[in-house]
Ligand binder design. Sequence first.
Ligand code: MBD
Ligand code: FE
Length: 282
Amino acid sequence: QLTAPTATAASSGAAATEQFRARQRDQAPVADTARVSALAGELIGAARDIIRRHKVTYAEFDALKAWLIQVGEDGEWPLFLDVWIEQTIEQVANENRDGTKGSPEGPYFVPDAPRLPADSALPMRESEGGVPLVFQGRVTSTDGTPLPGATIEMWQADDDGVYSQFAPGLPEWNLRGTVVTGDDGAFKVRTVEPSPYEIPTDGSCGRLIAAAGWHAWRPAHLHVRVSAEGHQVLTTQLYFKGGPHIEDDIASAVKPELILDPTPVGDGSSREVTYGLVLDPA
Ligand code: MBD
Ligand code: FE
């Protein structure tokens, strides 16, 4: 196990904010005036209701202002929104799909990870920590048709619970890759089991968690973003049966269908799991 310098809230937040901005830059506005008025109006109305119901004081209003300002300064808006809000956006976006269930993308996706053949290891360090894991299966359409040439973009935390490009001292593409499925839609990826993820305790999200007396943890998870011609992109996460915080994810994103139950291989020092990824036609 390698020891990396720890990620500060401000450094991982700045990287997440920059990643988001880079991908958002060319997006057209999505809402018309009437919809902006309805959404912003109801949001403001909901805040006013909370103030009345709880008799929010000036001291609390000022604490909120100071906190909101600091979230931006820490670059933690992507983290805050993806931890507490994205699960509901995902539910609404995917409510009519029949394929594999979705789960939030989160703040740590980076496009264009190295392309890898169907039977591959994710890029990792020579002495990468964590239990070695073989993650294998097939990408199919909802009617069962195998999807060769599909891409599975994978990213995950390492054994220290941190993501490359968002924590210092890691190779750029560590535990990130774009796996291309074979003729029969099959893939077989060698990686390591990630550790649970802790929201940085030294930033604004951490201060909220401490002030509210919550815990800061997400259960261990693998991220996948699966694309194939003629199909809707699937963004989801796969979790590990029985792992810490599988029942009390701070991001409320675990679904029973997304829980892996890997079996020990050989002397039990590594594990493997087979899981099918099913895409809805476009
Ligand atoms: C993560 O690693 C993550 O996957 C989500 C959804 C939110 C915060 C951190
Ligand atoms: Fe994550």
